[in-house]
Design a binder for this molecule. Structure first.
Ligand SMILES: [Zn+2]
Ligand SMILES: [Zn+2]
Length: 348
């Protein structure tokens, strides 16, 4: 089969590799769609602590089951499925408390196991057993379904941020994740959604989210504007959907008393420190939480939201490319042109 093999950092080769054979409890998927994620760009340049080269990356995967290993009973050949890449062990302290996203033994497709930038992808036994393989509803395309993964992380983030009825939600960053947050906040009952983004082009494109207020912090004072829009209170919930130190620092100044700030975007590992006036927290009594992944149940919820029309994944898909053009795809994604780029390893 053809695959994009990351042989070492910045050395990505499209080549023939042996066809994977599903062992007991495993499933083999013909990959129909694998969306490019911000993480894929980071991994391409810098590698990842859980990746041993050579590795096929790609973790936002949907496809058709083409073979089953022994003792797989809940699935059948020909079934259309989306795969949640993060695999909880099901047995550790956190899994037993129902917090699978925090599993102590978490492994992930595209990191510990080969991922979806290939014609075929094997789903490990533990992933099959622990609910990572979800059937795609009929009216959802493969491309749409592969966006369940990023949306699942957004759903986890908003659960942790307790976004609900009547909230004013400010989101910093209007990439695909920021836009998902804006749309999901509305679905969860937010009254006012404020979207901030320093790229005017991106901000313009994000208008499909029907947010109430769009702010470019490079052109106007973010804090001042958020306070103006909230009768001087600040936003009840603030989500930082970019990996920016300044955005994280800003978020702590625009949150309302007793509100929640979510650091959804991670900072570079060599520069993870921010400056923080701790008295803001002391007097504001707000909460700070982070989010970096999701559990299998969030993936199921994401598929439901994409299916029932709450969020239309079509608005997020700006380009579809064959596997041979994956490097071009990574470059487009890195330049932040458009939102999601879909790789179709088996054509469309
Ligand atoms: Zn992703
Ligand atoms: Zn676990």
């Amino acid at each position: 089969m053809r695959a994009a093999v990351l042989e070492k950092t910045e050395k990505l080769k499209i080549k023939d590799v042996p066809r994977p054979i599903p062992q007991e409890g495993e499933i083999l998927i013909q990959v129909k769609s694998c969306a490019i994620c911000g993480t894929d760009i980071k991994v391409f340049h810098y590698g990842h602590q859980h990746i041993r080269f050579p590795r096929i990356t790609g973790h936002e995967v949907s496809g058709v089951i083409v073979a089953l290993g022994k003792n797989v009973e809940e699935y059948r050949e020909g079934e259309r499925v989306a795969v949640a890449p993060a695999i909880p062990c099901g047995r550790c302290y956190y899994c037993r408390r129902g917090i699978e996203a925090m599993c102590d033994n978490l492994t992930a497709i595209g990191y510990h196991y080969d991922g979806g930038f290939a014609q075929l992808m094997k789903v490990p036994r533990l992933a099959v057993r622990n609910g990572c393989v979800n059937p795609i509803p009929e009216n959802l395309s493969f491309e749409q379904a592969s966006l369940a993964e990023p949306l699942a992380c957004v759903i986890n983030g908003q659960e942790l941020s307790k976004i609900g009825l009547g909230d004013t939600v400010a989101i910093i960053g209007a990439g695909p994740i920021g836009c998902f947050h804006a749309e999901l906040a509305r679905i969860k009952g937010a009254e006012k959604v404020i979207l901030a983004e320093i790229s005017s082009q991106r901000l313009e494109k994000a208008k499909f989210t029907s947010s109430n207020i769009y702010i470019n912090p490079d052109q106007e004072n973010l804090q001042q504007r958020v306070f103006e829009e909230t009768e001087g209170r600040g936003a009840d919930k603030v989500i930082v959907a970019v990996g920016s130190k300044k955005a994280q620092e800003d978020s702590l100044r625009i949150v309302a008393k007793c509100g929640v700030v979510n650091f959804f975007g991670g900072l570079p590992k060599d520069k993870p420190t921010i400056n923080f006036d701790s008295n803001l927290l002391h007097y504001g009594e707000f909460y700070v939480v982070g989010t970096h992944g999701s559990a299998p149940r969030h993936n199921q919820l994401a598929l439901n939201i994409l299916t029932k029309g709450g969020i239309d994944a079509k608005n997020y898909i700006t380009e579809k490319i064959p596997l041979a053009e994956i490097k071009k795809g990574l470059k487009i994604a890195e330049e932040k042109k458009g939102l999601k780029i879909i790789v179709q390893p088996n054509g469309n």
